[in-house]
Ligand binder design. Sequence first.
Ligand SMILES: C[S@@+](CC[C@H](N)C(=O)[O-])C[C@H]1O[C@@H](n2cnc3c(N)ncnc32)[C@H](O)[C@@H]1O
Length: 297
Amino acid sequence: MGRIGSPTGHLVTADSEGDRDGEVTRVADFTARLEMTPESTRFVRDEPIAREAYDRLADAYAARVEDKAHNAYYDRPAVLSLLPSLHGKRVLDAGCGPGIYTAWLAERGAHVLGLDVSARMLEHAERRLQGRAAFRLADLGQPLDFLPASEFDLVVSGLAFDHVRDWGRLFVELFRVLRDPAHIVFSVAHPFDEYYDHHPSGSYFDLERVEMVFDWKAFGVRVSVPYYRRSLGAMLDPLLAAGFRLERLLEPRPTQEFRIRDPDDYAKLMRQPGFICVRATKDSTGSQRTSSGHDGE
Ligand SMILES: C[S@@+](CC[C@H](N)C(=O)[O-])C[C@H]1O[C@@H](n2cnc3c(N)ncnc32)[C@H](O)[C@@H]1O
């Protein structure tokens, strides 16, 4: 077998007997355990495809996100409803953007590290938090080597994983930095909506790089943001393969506030899903220690 490129950009030999830093084994393991499609077994470098777009979008996004309907009255209520108790917990806000989740978590007593690939987004987050959380410029598509193992009680991620190609590596890395027991809660674009409503050509089962245009005239921005569309199976398989146990898969409905802001999109989102939220646990004992849903923050 020839040499293949890993998402980290290193070259590894799939049939080599040597195991440089465990990497050869890990690549082979992923392929075997996930029964990946031919598309996802092609290990290409996992570029931060959306960095430039979010740098350009950051000012407008930071100004809008607090009450932008899809974020404030659709995504956030759903994600927040899945969080475990937060007081005193160490939380990684993965793809934190301008820090709106970070602020919510910090206000409830969590010690938060916000991580994002956009420096401009992090400037907004730092301004919002004023020292009440730590931030780090980092790419979720790369190993998070600067983080020790078993560092966090919870990973939260709102609408960021869509921009990362290789979820096999992503979830292994997030599993590593979580304690035992711990939770991961994240939202992404709904795979059915993405395929049937936005990108119906090709095959539903393909991992596909696509784009979405944010045309916010009031802010003078028109930015095309790249992301990856993938099937529901391609979302859950790498999560489970990394060792997480699925606790909840939420297809949220928009809140009443959304209806007031945007009745047309409200009607659409009451008919068909736009986002999907996942809560999973790292718990090697397999016990029923976790609670269902938001537990009294
Ligand atoms: C839709 S915004 C969501 C921000 C925030 N979680 C929220 O809900 O307001 C997506 C965020 O993911 C970040 N992002 C995109 N690709 C990333 C990557 N490879 N690594 C880390 N962050 C990334 C973007 O810079 C952006 O801040």
